[in-house]
Write a protein that binds this ligand. Structure first.
Ligand code: SF4
Ligand code: SF4
Length: 424
């Protein structure tokens, strides 16, 4: 993706053409950049997993995982979109950290799931998880994610193992606090593909101010332990990548953070990741009064961060550094809806970009359905879901209600001209 400031005034079609014409070369580049991992996968896990990994590089959309080769086709002909090959699933709503930027911090303690259970403190059981995943026989990619710390679900490792036995590409984020050496060993042994450690500071002081309750030394020890397990097993997997949410409190630490990661890679002679990556993710403001979060980068900051990352050999994603809607690409460019997101109780929403806004009651109200109550095939092929897929890519249609407040795309003009459709 181009930097958002370069594309902000382009129309949807121009953006698609500009960004997607190059997707075959991006897919090839991904295969080339991950060639050691691909060779390792073929040797250790066989051709089937190798093929699946390559397919990911071509088909999946976004975040350094895939080039989304067919995305333009789905944008213009949404009815051709196949039954999902990629999903995101919330595995837990348990967390013992209290990060400033997280919606978890703002959830009302009395917030309830539609069935009356408290919202916080829930885990997906292994049986529920299996029921869900088995409804996607051709699944090639999964992001087990959501508002919670993954390993506080006691079945999480078992779930990862199940996915890897099915050769699904597994990519997930973690705060790295609820972690130990045994986890590192297992993750390496089963061949989890990619991990994103979320670290929003380049110094202990800033980090602990933002990630309240976490511990800088413990997290870095855990990361180092994981790199050491990779070296012991001579495994390039998992690729260790980083998330960093720029905000007022840490905006001065973006470049030092690039250095921190690049130094770690040098210290371990390239074993951190074959393709060293930092994703500077947009901050989502759940508390409009919080001055410490408000962050609007200057063009110069964006340029400097890109320049420094290039110099240190770190691939960065800094594509949506702004929370200002008008600096985002037009909503009709979106094809992320080919990757449904399952909330903790099994309710499905179009993607992860409509969560994280402390709007859970509303998401459950407008869900397309619940995978534990109805086969997902029926939900995916329902008139409402089909209508949604057509509506979201049509620049002259109302904005589907579930895309109101989307974190990635700009619907401002469309909302003003055509309104918001509450039926979807
Ligand atoms: S960002 Fe992650 S670690 Fe932090 S409070 Fe939210 S769920 Fe917990
Ligand atoms: S919420 Fe945003 S990213 Fe998700 S489907 Fe809607 S427009 Fe696309």
């Amino acid at each position: 993706m181009k930097d958002i400031r370069e594309i902000k005034n382009k129309t949807g079609i121009r953006l698609i053409v500009m960004d997607r014409l190059l997707s075959p070369s991006r897919a090839l580049k991904l295969c080339w950049s991950n060639r050691k991992s691909l060779a390792y996968i073929r040797r250790k896990f066989g051709w089937k997993r190798w093929l699946n990994t390559v397919l990911n590089y071509w088909y999946i959309t976004g975040e350094n995982t895939g080039a989304g080769l067919l995305d333009p086709l789905f944008k213009f002909f949404p009815s051709l979109t196949p039954y999902p090959l990629e999903i995101e699933v919330e595995f837990t709503t348990i967390c013992n950290i209290n990060c400033l930027q997280c919606e978890y911090r703002h959830w009302d303690p009395k917030l309830k799931l539609p069935d009356g259970r408290p919202y916080k403190g829930q885990n997906l059981t292994f049986e529920q998880f299996k029921n869900m995943v088995d409804q996607f026989p051709n699944l090639i990619w999964i992001n087990p994610t959501g508002e919670g710390s993954p390993f506080l679900n006691p079945d999480f490792l078992k779930m990862l193992e199940y996915l890897k036995k099915r050769n699904v590409y597994v990519n997930f984020s973690t705060e790295g606090f609820n972690w130990n050496r045994e986890i590192s060993k297992k993750i390496v042994e089963i061949g989890v593909d990619k991990l994103w450690f979320s670290i929003d500071g380049a110094t202990k002081e800033t980090y602990q101010k933002i990630r309240v309750g976490s511990n800088w030394d413990r997290v870095w020890n855990n990361i180092r332990g994981l790199v050491e397990e990779k070296i012991k097993a001579k495994s390039p997997l998992p690729q260790i990548c980083f998330h960093f949410t720029p905000m007022a409190l840490n905006r001065h630490e973006l470049i030092p953070f690039i250095d921190l990661v690049a130094d770690l890679q040098e210290e371990y002679e390239g074993w951190v990741a074959e393709y060293l990556t930092i994703d500077f993710q947009q901050v989502i403001i759940n508390d409009p009064k919080s001055a410490e979060l408000q962050y609007e980068p200057t063009d110069e900051e964006v340029r400097n961060v890109h320049k420094h990352a290039k110099k240190r050999g770190v691939k960065i994603f800094y594509t949506r550094p702004s929370y200002d809607e008008e600096t985002k690409p037009a909503g009709d460019c979106c094809v992320v809806w080919k990757e449904p997101f399952f909330l903790i109780n099994g309710d499905v929403v179009p993607c992860c970009a409509c969560v994280q806004r402390n709007n859970r009651t509303w998401l459950h109200e407008f869900t397309f359905g619940n995978i534990f109550e109805k086969p997902f095939k029926e939900i995916w092929n329902s008139d409402r879901y089909k209508k949604f897929r057509k509506m979201v890519v049509n620049p002259k249609a109302p904005v589907p209600i579930l895309c109101q407040g989307c974190a990635v795309y700009n619907f401002k003009d469309r909302r003003e001209k055509y309104g918001v459709s509450k039926n979807i």
